[in-house]
Design a binder for this molecule. Sequence first.
Ligand SMILES: C[S@@+](CC[C@H](N)C(=O)[O-])C[C@H]1O[C@@H](n2cnc3c(N)ncnc32)[C@H](O)[C@@H]1O
Length: 216
Amino acid sequence: MQEAKTRLIYDFQSHFYDQLASRTLAHRQRAAIKRMHIQPGQRVLDIGIGTGLCLDAYPDHCHVVGLDLSERMLAKARRKVARLDLHNVDLLCADAMFCNFAPQSFDHILLSHVISVVSDPVQLIRLAYYVGKPGCRIVIINHFRSANRMIGLIETLICPLCVHLGWRSDLSLQELIKATGLHVDYRYKIESVDLWETVFARIPDSVDHTVLRRSA
Ligand SMILES: C[S@@+](CC[C@H](N)C(=O)[O-])C[C@H]1O[C@@H](n2cnc3c(N)ncnc32)[C@H](O)[C@@H]1O
């Protein structure tokens, strides 16, 4: 099963993840959390929270649930929670594909560099639909396959190598939208040449929660 291998990869990466990601990934996450305009009392689900790179960016007035497969990544996050004396964060070690949150329990869901890590991105979005309240904001930060045919081909070719590093390089945002009906409000890149994109989306109004319950 892919998740068992992924857990090992990120257990290993936990030793150096913050050093790498604080320079390359953190600023996108901070900018996205700021734009989420999280209101007092709202609940946020951060799926694949890893080391909790930007835990301090969440406002004190919300409640954050961080979920991750890798206990070693989470151990780093737990240390941050203690060091920063955060009282509004719960961290859980679990496979997001099988977690059993109550339906409609979150106002915002953040998928930061995780949608192309899980074995089934469509199923992860369906889970977000299930646990998100109506109108829940779903924010995805990720690398997506380029629409440029040549670059897209290269990303497909190097994908087997990337899988060894713990993520896929060939995930297409268009295909994900087509498969899930995700309602994208807007998307942006932070730099003019940027490998990563931020997508602000919502659960589509047409989602049938009874169907999701059967498949989640
Ligand atoms: C590239 S890291 C991203 C960490 C963090 N979100 C960030 O942006 O810095 C991917 C994380 O997703 C976690 N992950 C992968 N598959 C998962 C799953 N099925 N359920 C929960 N977490 C998962 C990994 O353990 C890893 O910590």
